[in-house]
Design a protein around this ligand. Structure first.
Ligand code: ATP
Ligand code: MG
Length: 392
């Protein structure tokens, strides 16, 4: 008879907290092996979009590689419908009729046992192992009720969760050492969890240089803050992040390549450049930005491309994302606030259209006063907003 640990979970993605918990339980209960069972469609996890089952399965395979005691089962990922642990344990009992099964969960899980399908049935089929987990207590009720089949195992505190990893990846923050390198590579290669933001950042920093890159990062932070302030959904926040990060991606190209190269690139994409830009070459970076965002960074989201296109002059009928990116850049969060930027920032959090009207008006007035050309698109954008929302 073998003692087999069953480690169920969404594993979205699998991380070192899972691996360490499994390994410590294996050693403490002298289990012969552990089978990781990624859930196909977990019943209680509809709050976030879960990565495809095949990806979560593949990541588990990569994570357990090299540990002879660990394997991965596709029993849930190939089964149709919602993955109930009772069905899984019943199936495993048939596969391993002569072995003793230990179902392993972390301390956050038992509080939901009462919602599980046939939890009593599960306790009749296998032992239950509950490991400690930072931030979660194991209730006394559980200890009393299931004392004969329950094993509470104290393990080292590893304060890692898949939720935190997903959040970090979506914000382009480092996740190294929270999960195996092979899994990180897999995530990046398959662009899971918005991990491509990190890849965009790496590339952009090389293109823009440190100072401009920092400006872009801070514009991104401001845009996300504004988005959250206006209770944007996650998809809109992602568009905001990418657009704000890439808004100046064509700056070096436009300054360094010269007018003919810029015209040629625009013509390739069927864009006729206004003669205004002949003497204002750096200002082409918003239109060229949309081309490079597609070519170099693989961006196809029309909301992102539109916001990059409109971030310099504004445009008629701007979307929410267009406005937030325009204003976040106008505020220049990388500089000390002056009176105008301070006022634009204050307005942006109070009345986004009023802030747009203010920013466009200030831009037009300042450039006119300095004797600089003002591209007519800004005037049009201002007129449009004033007509729609009234002069403020
Ligand atoms: P999410 O944040 O998406 O819920 P998670 O990190 O909790 O992800 P799951 O796939 O939900 O990971 O968890 C699978 C199992 O592993 C659960 O029983 C959970 O309690 C346990 N577990 C996860 N992380 C840890 C950890 N850091 N320490 C101990 N147990 C853990
Ligand atoms: Mg969890």
């Amino acid at each position: 008879m073998e003692k087999i640990g069953i480690m169920g979970g969404t594993f979205d993605p699998i991380h070192n907290g899972h691996l360490m918990a499994a390994e410590e339980v294996r050693q403490k209960l002298e289990l012969d092996r552990i089978i990781f069972v990624p859930a196909g469609m977990p019943p209680l996890k509809s709050a976030h979009k879960i990565a495809e089952a095949r990806h979560r399965h593949n990541m588990c395979l990569l994570a357990v590689a090299g540990n002879p005691y660990f394997t991965v089962s596709d029993i849930e990922t190939v089964r149709e419908g919602i993955s109930y642990t009772f069905d899984t344990i019943s199936q495993l009992c048939q596969i391993y009729p002569n072995d003793r099964l230990f179902f392993i969960v972390g301390a956050d899980v038992p509080s939901g046992f009462h919602r599980w399908k046939n939890f009593e049935g599960i306790t009749a089929l296998c032992d239950i192992v509950v490991t400690t987990r930072p931030g979660h207590k194991i209730g006394k009720n559980l200890r009393d009720k299931y004392s004969d089949i329950l094993h509470i195992i104290e393990i080292s505190d590893v304060d890692i969760s898949s939720t935190k990893i997903r959040q970090s990846l979506a914000e382009g923050l480092p996740v190294r050492y929270l999960l195996p390198d092979g899994v990180v590579d897999y995530i990046c290669k398959n662009r899971l969890y918005g991990s491509w933001l990190g890849q965009i950042k790496d590339k952009l920093e090389k293109e823009l240089g440190r100072r401009r890159f920092l400006h872009s990062l801070l514009v991104m932070e401001e845009a996300v803050k504004l988005g959250r302030h206006y209770s944007c959904d996650e998809d809109t926040l992602e568009s905001l992040r990418i657009a704000a990060l890439l808004h100046d991606c064509a700056r070096p190209f436009c300054s360094e390549q010269g007018y003919p190269a810029v015209v040629a690139l625009c013509e390739r994409d069927g864009i006729a450049l206004d003669p205004f830009f002949k003497t204002n070459l750096p200002l082409t970076h918003s239109v060229v930005g949309t081309i490079l965002a597609k070519d170099k960074y693989g961006i196809t989201d029309p909301m992102v491309l539109s916001a990059i296109a409109g971030h310099t002059f504004g445009k008629s009928d701007m979307s929410f994302v267009d406005k937030v990116v325009y204003l976040s850049d106008f505020i220049k969060p990388d500089r000390q606030p002056d009176k105008v930027r301070g006022e634009a920032r204050r307005l942006a959090y109070e009345d986004i259209d009023g802030a747009m009207i203010y920013a466009l008006r200030q831009t037009i007035e300042k450039n006119t006063a300095l004797g600089r050309d003002v591209y007519r698109e800004s005037g049009r954008a201002l007129e449009y907003l004033e007509e729609k929302y009234g002069k403020r």
